[in-house]
Design a protein around this ligand. Structure first.
Ligand code: GLC
Length: 455
């Protein structure tokens, strides 16, 4: 009996760890990773792993006032809300933002150009966030951009125009979809109060209602998978909607349907572990060590996923440093960018993204298509390797405000022949000093991370 109890407690703990806390998903445990058995999925996954850098675009009704995506209508302790209104008034206002969301300057071509210039190779777009507002023309609900303030505009089926624009720039394409839907009466039923992110009625008592929700979700995902041309990644958020949490949404059926429409589709059922989490998604963080299975850190360019009026931006050097660390540890990085309510990437973001892209243009060999190497860092110097093993790369990252020193030194990853400055190809002087390799950097380098090629 006691053993059963302990096992049960341990199991609950694992489930709780895996479920989103404070709006941030925790990463699944390494041992739980399951390589896909389908050869076409595996092939696409390897292709994706070579890309290293992508964009995660959050765009929805929350962009209109520039507030946190969806979460302000959820009743959980960590959520702050305007205290001058009742919950019902607030919810009405929030859902009503759909009537103000009229992005007349919507320019997906600008998004795709800026992200290409940033050196990004794949994209993920929010087709539906937890608030249930669809950024595509769903037939399953009226709660879509195509049938509110933006109705009648030639671009009102937003998803189509976003995917087409990025497809034309050769991006790998991903669709974000929230399994939870706080607008659906099959998920948050007005008969019951809303007590948090979960379904708000007892499923055991109302199995029909839950079944309606499962079918609704299946059909919406099918609309996206069947109606918008080739898609490479289905990125499913809302990890608490799962069988372990008594909200079984029949994932095997959803995935086989999705792959019927999109052969080889990478499925990311975040935090759920098992066959449908083809890569893991640590959020706003980088794993402590190198990991030998596919993963992607999702990290925002500012502090927020969506557009906010006064963002606190990360510097280009900071983002490059994060990318170097992620790649050295064997992952990909997807950078969160929120288009404005009018539908453009704002100048402050463009400027930062272009600076990142200019660095990658010169130093991309140290990032794209590389593989991991056992000694992957020494302090702030991160190492990657070419797949043929002939070269290693060292990326020395900087803290904000720091400039490059005259020499950099590391242990291991010794050059047999030479060390070159990747940006110019210039051979650099180096010496051995005890256990360390010491490389002399040319003077006058910009205050940004420096990448070296080690042969
Ligand atoms: C978390 C947040 C969600 C956001 C996502 C992006 O799950 O709760 O709002 O869309 O992260 O990674």
């Amino acid at each position: 009996m006691q053993r059963i109890f302990i096992t049960l407690m341990a199991w609950c703990y694992v489930v709780v760890l895996a479920i989103a806390q404070d709006g941030v998903h925790k990463q699944s445990a390494a041992a739980d990773y399951q390589w896909p058995s389908e050869p076409d999925v595996l092939a696409k996954l390897h292709q994706w792993q070579d890309l290293k850098f992508g964009v995660l675009l959050h765009w929805g009704i929350y962009s209109v006032p520039g507030i946190v995506e969806s979460w302000s209508i959820c009743c959980e302790d960590w959520i702050k809300r305007d205290t001058t209104r009742t919950y019902e008034q607030y919810r009405k206002w929030y859902f009503g933002l759909a009537d103000e969301f009229k992005p007349v300057q919507f320019d997906p071509q600008q998004w795709a150009t800026v992200m290409r210039q940033a050196g990004m190779k794949y994209m993920i777009f929010t087709t539906k966030h937890h608030d249930g507002f669809c950024m595509y023309d769903s037939r399953e609900t009226d709660y879509t951009i195509a049938r509110h303030a933006f109705a009648g505009d030639a671009r009102s089926d937003v998803l189509r125009h976003v995917l087409d624009a990025f497809r034309a720039e050769n991006f790998m394409l991903g669709t974000y979809f929230s399994k939870a839907d706080w607008h659906s009466q099959y998920y948050w039923w007005d008969v019951y109060p809303n007590r948090g992110r979960n379904v708000n009625y007892p499923i055991k008592k109302y199995p029909w209602r839950w079944e309606q929700f499962c079918q609704f979700t299946y059909r919406q995902i099918e609309e996206i998978m069947a109606g918008y041309g080739p898609v490479d990644i289905l990125w499913l958020d809302g990890g608490w909607v799962c069988a372990e949490n008594n909200q079984d949404i029949h994932m095997p059926e959803i995935v086989s349907m999705a792959r019927r429409h999109q052969p080889g589709l990478i499925v990311v059922d975040r935090t759920i572990r098992g066959p449908y989490e083809n890569y893991q998604t640590p959020e706003q963080t980088i794993p402590h060590e190198q990991l030998a299975y596919p993963w992607e850190s999702c990290i925002t360019l500012s502090d927020d996923w969506g557009y906010v009026p006064q963002p606190r931006w990360k510097s280009p050097s900071k983002v490059i440093g994060l990318l170097a660390e992620v790649v050295a540890k064997g992952g990909n990085m997807v950078l969160g960018v929120g288009p404005t309510p009018q539908g453009r990437i704002q100048p402050e973001a463009v400027q930062r993204l272009q600076a990142i892209g200019q660095w990658l243009e010169k130093n991309g060999k140290a990032i794209y298509g590389t593989t991991i190497t056992p000694l992957y860092h020494d302090g702030n110097i991160w190492f990657t390797a070419s797949k043929d093993g002939a070269r290693r790369y060292a990326i020395c990252t900087l803290s904000d405000g720091e400039s490059l020193p005259a020499t950099i030194a590391w242990k291991g990853n010794e050059p047999a022949k030479r060390v070159r400055l990747l940006a110019t190809g210039k051979t650099l002087k180096f010496k051995r000093d005890g256990e360390k390799v010491v490389v002399y950097l040319p003077s006058g380098l910009p205050a940004e991370p420096v990448a070296l090629e080690i042969e």
